[in-house]
Design a protein around this ligand. Structure first.
Ligand code: PHE
Length: 452
């Protein structure tokens, strides 16, 4: 199999500085606002432990094989997400490449808005302190999530993302992940220890992890939440990891790397839940959480922390700083999808491609910046249905369309048959039917919630 490499106008093709650099960048893509903001609000919508269990099962049995397939597709073709499916499976797979472009662009357009809210909350906690009570927190959230403030936060966050992507794989994305990911982990560990000392920690863990209701396993809303959370959080199905894997060396052990990414992402999701839920329980904020959706993190957390005075303010600063780091390491992977694709397809330079896309996405994100309702719908469509469809496409392409490529790439890089065979089996027989069920339930549940 000959391999193509994405180049930048005659410069040598880019690649990761080290295997660890790739794993950190891929984990940076996975760990994001999905783990902090999404996990908190989806887990609080009533699923309890059934939601967590479904989410874990989907991650392990469905997302992990798809993630391996996504990495194989990137590495074995050396092409960016737009052209990789065609290279592997022929012309009829071209729509999958376009789906990746649309999904990554669509997600980034509202993700940058969420980053703006995060940055704004961080600055407020640093400079002015926290809102004194719930009403003040709600007023503050309303002010940052609409109008000029929201637009400004969106534009600045996109620009920052552009700076990193324009600096390239090694000099931008890998460098950011190398210091960002360890720092994030340390901060989260600190917060976890702090949260374990709160008065209602046990009650918080109980609502989040231990409230078991078997009927919830069949509840469509819980199923949709679990699928969306699994795919969004791992970030597989829209070519972000594919784009990163195209810069990968021949010999790196993909299954092990995929497992590290999944482990890191799941650990951060669970750890974040073990921080937010004790805060919510300790300060009697349960109603805010189940009543609101996107606002949970930005209203409940600052309100709870405000009553602790200076130490609460410090915790808020650490929390929102770590959320911003998590967000930007994900945003760069989303921007890398269309950037590398246009470089690959049209031979444009990295810098020019990045800034043109930043401009386009800035405009596309305006409706979400100005209206939270639009943002929620964008998330349900792009972060849910489209992303899950991309995962299905991947499983079908490498499981059924080009299984020889899957086997050959993994064997050549030293993976044993004892590992590769079950992975291929899961990709053929487990992932497609499971994702189809998830997709159908999600679309029906979404239609119901929109019409109701
Ligand atoms: N996984 C990221 C998060 O949890 C978001 C993301 C989705 C990144 C899809 C890349 C691809 O926030």
């Amino acid at each position: 199999m000959t391999r193509f490499r994405i180049g930048d106008r005659g410069r040598p093709p880019e690649h990761w500085g080290s295997a660890l650099g790739f794993v950190l960048a891929a984990s940076g893509s996975a760990v994001g606002l999905g783990n902090l903001w999404g996990f908190a609000y989806r887990a609080s919508q009533g699923g309890g432990a059934a939601f967590v269990l479904l989410y874990l099962l989907i991650v392990l049995l469905v997302c992990l094989p798809v993630l391996v397939a996504e990495m194989v597709l990137g590495r074995s073709t050396g092409h960016a997400p737009l052209l990789a499916p065609v290279t592997a499976g022929g012309r009829r797979w071209a729509p999958l490449g376009w789906l990746y472009m649309a999904a990554a662009t669509g997600i980034l357009s509202y993700y940058a808005v969420l980053m703006g809210w995060t940055g704004r909350t961080l600055l407020h906690a640093l400079a002015d302190g926290l809102p004194g009570d719930m009403a003040a927190a709600q007023t503050f959230f309303a002010s940052i999530s609409s109008g000029g403030d929201a637009v400004l936060g969106h534009l600045l966050s996109l620009a920052l993302t552009g700076v990193v992507v324009a600096a390239g794989i090694r000099g931008g994305i890998e460098r950011l992940s190398r210091w960002g990911m360890p720092l994030l982990f340390l901060m989260l560990l600190g917060l976890l220890l702090w949260a374990s000392t709160l008065p209602e920690t046990a009650a918080g863990y109980r609502t989040f992890l231990l409230r078991w209701d078997a009927a919830k396993l069949l509840d469509p809303a819980t199923i949709r939440n679990a699928f969306t959370q699994a795919f969004f959080s791992i970030g597989t199905g829209i070519g972000a990891i594919l784009a990163y894997a195209a810069y990968l060396e021949r010999r790196s052990p993909i299954p092990r790397e995929a497992a590290s990414v999944v482990a890191m992402d799941t650990a951060v999701g669970l750890m974040a839940g073990c921080v937010t839920f004790p805060v919510v329980a300790s300060f009697g904020l349960g109603d805010v959480v189940s009543g609101s959706t996107v606002g949970t993190l930005f209203i409940a957390l600052p309100t709870g922390l405000a009553s602790l005075g200076l130490s609460g303010r410090l915790v808020a600063v650490v929390f929102f700083a770590l959320a911003y780091i998590a967000a930007i390491t994900s945003a760069v992977s989303l921007l890398e999808v269309p950037t590398s694709s246009l470089m690959d397809r049209l031979g444009w330079s990295r810098r020019r491609t990045t800034w043109l896309l930043v401009l386009l996405i800035a405009v596309l994100g305006l409706p979400s910046a100005l209206d939270v309702g639009v943002l929620e719908r964008m998330d349900a469509v792009f972060g849910g249905v489209v992303l899950i469809s991309g995962g299905l496409g991947l499983a079908l392409l490498l499981g059924w369309g080009a299984p020889a490529r899957f086997l050959q790439d993994l064997r050549q890089s030293g993976s044993s048959d004892a590992l590769v065979r079950p992975l291929l089996w899961a990709l053929r027989w487990l992932s497609p039917p499971a994702i189809t069920v998830g997709l159908v339930v999600s679309v029906l549940d979404l239609a119901r919630s929109w019409s109701g």
